[in-house]
Design a protein around this ligand. Structure first.
Ligand SMILES: [Mn+2]
Length: 326
């Protein structure tokens, strides 16, 4: 892994910088790319963010979707390519082609499973969010963190720690949060946009999730077929966020939600309490993430088969999942 000083050096040398993040971006992905973009612009750089996926309604309240480019990236237009919060090259979706040996590439991340695919890689696996890494980088670049940068960084920090509850939350998360408060991060805008802007439409879908989740031992899960999703006008995020709600029950040690995005393609989101590592399961199914929050996308014939695949993987790796408490 590289030193953050090397990243600072290459940024200072570059004129035009293209920024990327993972597919289905969450607020940590958007918070890190948008805040880095603002900081780089303050240094006089020409910057463009590339994100093809649409933002969710809540994300649109904090991040300007019209400022990102949804087209292919013409690599000749840039001399540096940076990606934030993506643990693997496949997580860049259609932009994976940019990260080859010919281009000067940088990876900034906090996933322990990161594969170091860039020319320069800076991964802080003890950071709860990529926004913490970007906070450090912006500080090292000697750019003043203004209220807008602070707000965007706080959005990533708040969501990747599930409001400072996940087991990845540590003293540095609170340290960065306090620095962002000092820089006038708009906490009420973040809190209202992300946690108090649910649409009533989602009630019908949430009723379905509550009525249909299953409990198998200490594992709670919900699976939604494409047909049900369409019928109830459900949104993928409501379902993937539901694994987070399930792990809140005291009888549940870990949880997952499965959603059939396209016929035969399932998106898995997993959550666990302290002492359980569910990243192992996500990795076995071709994905990755963190010990307590991980995900994967895989193919299966139907919902039943997809559920079976996850439950079998859990069963086969039960001993590996247990973390011995010190
Ligand atoms: Mn993240």
């Amino acid at each position: 892994m590289n030193n953050i000083k090397e990243i600072v050096k290459i940024i200072k040398k570059s004129k035009s910088i293209a920024l990327f993040t993972h597919i289905s971006p969450d607020c940590d992905a958007l918070g890190s790319t948008f805040s880095l973009s603002l900081a780089l612009k303050k240094l006089g750089k020409n910057v463009q963010i590339f994100i093809k996926d649409d933002f969710t309604e809540n994300q649109k309240l904090l991040f300007e979707e019209d400022q990102v480019c949804k087209d292919d990236c013409n690599v000749k237009d840039f001399d540096l390519f940076i990606c934030c919060d993506a643990s693997a090259i496949e997580r860049l979706g259609d932009y994976s082609y940019v990260f080859n040996e010919k281009n000067m590439t940088v990876v900034l991340d906090h996933h322990i499973c990161n594969k170091y695919v860039a020319n320069l890689n800076y991964i802080e696996s003890d950071s709860s969010s990529c926004c913490e890494v970007i906070f450090k980088l912006i500080t090292k670049l000697k750019v003043k963190i203004d209220s807008e940068i602070a707000t965007k960084l706080y959005a990533g920090l708040s969501t990747d720690t599930s409001s400072f509850v996940n087991t990845n939350t540590n003293k540095n998360s609170f340290f960065v949060a306090s620095k962002l408060c000092n820089a006038n991060a708009n906490l009420s805008l973040v809190n209202q946009s992300l946690y108090q802007s649910k649409s009533l439409r989602s009630v019908v879908f949430n009723k379905y999730l509550i009525n249909n989740f299953k409990l198998e031992g200490e594992c709670a899960y919900i699976a939604v077929s494409k047909k049900t999703l369409d019928e109830l006008q459900g949104v993928k995020n409501d379902c993937s966020g539901f694994s987070k709600s399930l792990v809140k029950y005291k009888e549940v040690s870990y949880s997952f939600s499965l959603i059939e995005e396209e016929a035969g393609t399932f998106s898995l989101s997993m959550r666990s309490k302290l002492n359980y590592n569910i990243r192992i399961i996500a990795e076995k199914l071709g994905g990755g993430g963190h010990i307590c929050a991980a995900g994967a996308t895989f193919k299966a014939k139907n919902v039943d088969q997809a559920v079976k695949m996850v439950l079998t993987t859990i069963k086969e790796n039960k001993d590996l999942m247990k973390i011995n408490s010190q």
